[in-house]
Design a protein around this ligand. Structure first.
Ligand code: ATP
Length: 213
């Protein structure tokens, strides 16, 4: 069977247990060989005070240090400007070859916005898409995506066997944790402990990140 690799992008400012738990569940459910967390570069005009790209990367690496099957891929930070997803997938394909199953993980909201992504029709030629749905959501996909989904959708991991081109639905209850909440707690001198790995919190404290100004 082909190697199976999951891709989970985000700003990870900072990475937290919501990201990690979700990534682990995707890894297990799809029987992946590895799941790559891919920190994204931020456009210069959206750069906020807080962690630099290098610090976000180091926190992600610390977070997965003892997590089997979760790894960090820094390719988007090595580029000179923010990458389009299609560029990242092309770069992975060039490196890994065609005989690898790639699964790009996106939330339902992001999936519904897919038609506005750069060269979006090419995405499924490069990877399959794993759409995370919340059990309490009962939303309909936009019309333009319904045609795309017909014939490509699978809801059982055992059917997710292609190297690209499938739309795989996975229902998941996300933990109520967000990076902005964590930054807010620290800015108010409150503890974000247990919302993120201790190693990441130690890094934040050592480097004085997200402190009140
Ligand atoms: P912020 O609060 O700064 O917007 P965030 O916590 O949402 O940050 P991102 O780096 O923007 O984190 O998210 C990266 C990916 O992780 C996105 O696909 C997002 O939907 C997902 N994600 C964020 N929080 C959770 C969570 N608690 N559980 C599962 N997935 C999450």
């Amino acid at each position: 069977m082909s190697r199976r690799i999951g891709l989970f992008g985000g700003t990870f400012d900072p990475i937290h247990n919501g990201h990690l738990r979700s990534a682990l569940e995707v890894h297990e459910w799809l029987g992946l060989d590895e799941l790559r967390l891919i920190p994204s570069a931020r456009p210069p005009h959206r750069e906020v005070p807080g962690a630099t790209a290098q610090q976000r990367l180091e926190m992600a690496r610390l977070a997965v240090q003892h997590a089997d099957g979760l790894v960090v891929d820094d390719r988007e930070l090595r580029r000179e400007r923010p990458s389009y997803t299609v560029d990242t997938l092309e770069s992975l394909r060039t490196e890994l070859g065609d005989d690898v199953a790639l699964f790009m993980v996106v939330g339902w909201d992001a999936f519904c916005g897919l038609p506005s992504w750069h060269r979006w029709t090419e995405l499924l030629e490069l990877a399959s898409i794993v759409v995370l749905q919340r059990p309490d959501y009962d939303l309909d996909a936009p019309e333009v995506l319904k045609d795309l989904m017909a014939g490509r959708s699978v809801n059982d991991a055992s059917e997710a066997t292609a190297c690209h081109g499938q739309i795989v639905g996975l229902t998941q209850t996300p933990l109520a944790i967000s990076a902005s909440h964590i930054r807010g707690l620290i800015a108010e001198n409150r503890s974000p402990r247990f919302l993120l790995p201790g190693s990441v919190l130690g890094y934040i404290e050592t480097n004085g990140l997200y402190q009140p100004t």
